[in-house]
Design a protein around this ligand. Structure first.
Ligand code: SAM
Ligand code: SF4
Length: 329
């Protein structure tokens, strides 16, 4: 990833990548995220399409060129496709991605591609239908896997699968996941379960260090891929006989934050400098008219002074985040 951008912090890191949540609402109830389903919090509405476009214009003018739309489940927003097309039209946006639970993806993949979305991350926490249902609350594994195929057919060249590593729930499937990518040009990323305010007991029961994946991959002849310049925090593995690759996102590992290249904005317009650790800085007042763009840029640049070097999870900081659906993961 080209990391050139005006947005930088005091630790030599630059931020060409924005993860933009368009809604907190989700139709799934993943056991580590929203076990009781989505519950409305606060009365502030989510950003309108016009506010989202103003926000993206300000970031793009500062050099942000990669945008990921996320949520909650971004595709449950009725104007999701319009938002994607409008964001894609903002000068300076060169890569538009989104993260989805795969809901209705078989029917909608083409619409998403036609709106300008070019990279898709699909969450697949189990390849066993019963376990998938147990983890997500929905018996939709086949739909999600058909959605992976439909994404290729629609034209997506970058298809990534996100799998949260869960002790006792999907760790017996490591071989199956590795076999799954063998004949597909996908990048499957195992994500270490992160502790949030809401999932402390669950975390204790199901957190599995990423070393379980590393050991399995090395044992099966996989090798670490040399780190590309400007790459994000995932460690990538490859195998000469596999079309797909496997990545590992291990936020508790040493030096994870050193390669941080992303900022986040919540669906209610708050800038989060880190996935963990602060409540967010509202940008909403600066999103109300087109002539506020310079003011908004100044605000963003000044907030960068508050970005800390690391998330300090090791020091027991669970983050003030209730769950990751409020900020898009
Ligand atoms: N709803 C979409 C989805 O599930 O792909 C997008 C939002 S979701 C919050 C983004 C990513 O965060 C998903 O891959 C999800 O599995 C991951 N996630 C959510 N809570 C997590 C946690 N506590 N630890 C690790 N990953 C988490
Ligand atoms: Fe919804 Fe994504 Fe959270 Fe699952 S991980 S409950 S799909 S926001």
């Amino acid at each position: 990833m080209n990391n050139e951008t005006a947005i930088a912090d005091g630790f030599g890191r630059t931020f060409p990548y924005l993860r933009l949540s368009v809604t907190d609402v989700c139709n799934f109830s993943c056991s580590y995220c929203l076990p009781d389903g989505y519950k409305k919090t606060g009365c502030a509405p989510f950003m309108t399409q016009a506010e989202i476009v103003r926000l993206v214009k300000a970031f793009a003018a500062l050099g942000t060129w990669k945008i990921r739309l996320t949520g909650g489940e971004p595709t449950v927003r009725k104007d999701f496709v319009e938002i994607a097309a409008a964001v894609n039209d903002v000068p300076g946006v060169r890569r538009l991605a989104f993260t989805s639970n795969g809901y209705k993806l078989p029917e909608r993949a083409q619409e998403y591609y036609d709106a300008g979305l070019r990279a898709i991350n699909i969450s697949v926490d189990s390849l066993r239908p019963d376990q998938f249902k147990h983890i997500t609350g929905h018996d939709r594994l086949h739909e999600v896997l058909d959605g992976v195929q439909a994404s290729f057919e629609a034209g997506f060249k970058s298809v990534k699968l996100n799998t949260v590593l869960l002790k006792g729930l999907n760790d017996a499937e490591l071989d199956q996941f590795i076999d799954f990518v063998e004949d597909k040009p996908v990048s499957l990323r195992f994500i270490e379960l992160m502790r949030t305010h809401d999932n402390q007991k669950y975390f204790e029961a199901h957190h599995l260090p990423g070393t379980a994946v590393t050991e399995k991959l090395l044992e099966r002849g996989w090798r670490v891929r040399p780190r590309a310049e400007g790459a994000g925090p995932a460690q990538e593995f490859e195998h000469p006989d596999s079309a797909g690759t496997i990545g590992l996102i291990a936020p508790y590992s040493k030096d994870f934050c050193k390669s941080c290249n992303r900022l986040r904005v919540s669906a209610k317009g708050a800038l989060h400098l880190c996935l963990f650790g602060e409540g967010g800085y509202s940008l909403r007042d600066y999103l109300q008219s087109d002539d506020q763009i310079e003011e908004l840029q100044e605000k963003i640049m000044s907030l960068m002074n508050f970005k800390r070097s690391a998330h300090f999870l090791h020091e027991g900081n669970s983050g003030v985040r209730d769950h990751l659906a409020s900020i898009g993961g």
